[in-house]
Design a protein. Structure first.
Length: 119
């Protein structure tokens, strides 16, 4: 992949994450952190929904000809995401058996947003 295409993809991804963050804030969530990275993976958005932490994966597709965003959150990607969530909880000394949290998926297709809670 050329560096121009990589850069374009990164910009589109950032715009999709910004759109997702605004969408979730409009629905009452509070943004705590964006783009948490660790050696095991990445979390696009970390939000608060009342007393519950919400770890959000954002998947954007401009069209569905290559599948929807939801289809791209496959088991291997989910395992990496869950590993990043575990890393975040450990790093912040949050006990996963005590702290309330969930994993959500925001699948964006063009301008349409699908919000899957507790995937």
């Amino acid at each position: 992949m050329s560096w121009i295409k990589q850069r374009f993809s990164a910009v589109i991804g950032q715009q999709a994450e910004q759109h997702a963050c605004q969408y979730l804030q409009e629905h009452g969530l509070i943004c705590l952190q964006r783009n948490y990275r660790c050696r095991t993976g990445e979390i696009d958005l970390i939000m608060a929904d009342g007393d519950q932490l919400v770890f959000v994966e954002v998947k954007y597709r401009s069209r569905s000809s290559h599948g929807t965003g939801a289809e791209y959150f496959h088991p291997r990607k989910r395992k990496k995401f869950e590993s990043a969530v575990a890393h975040y909880l450990h790093e912040h000394k949050l006990n996963p058996s005590i702290i309330a949290f969930r994993i959500d998926l925001l699948a964006i297709l063009g301008k349409d947003v699908q919000w899957f809670k507790g995937v």
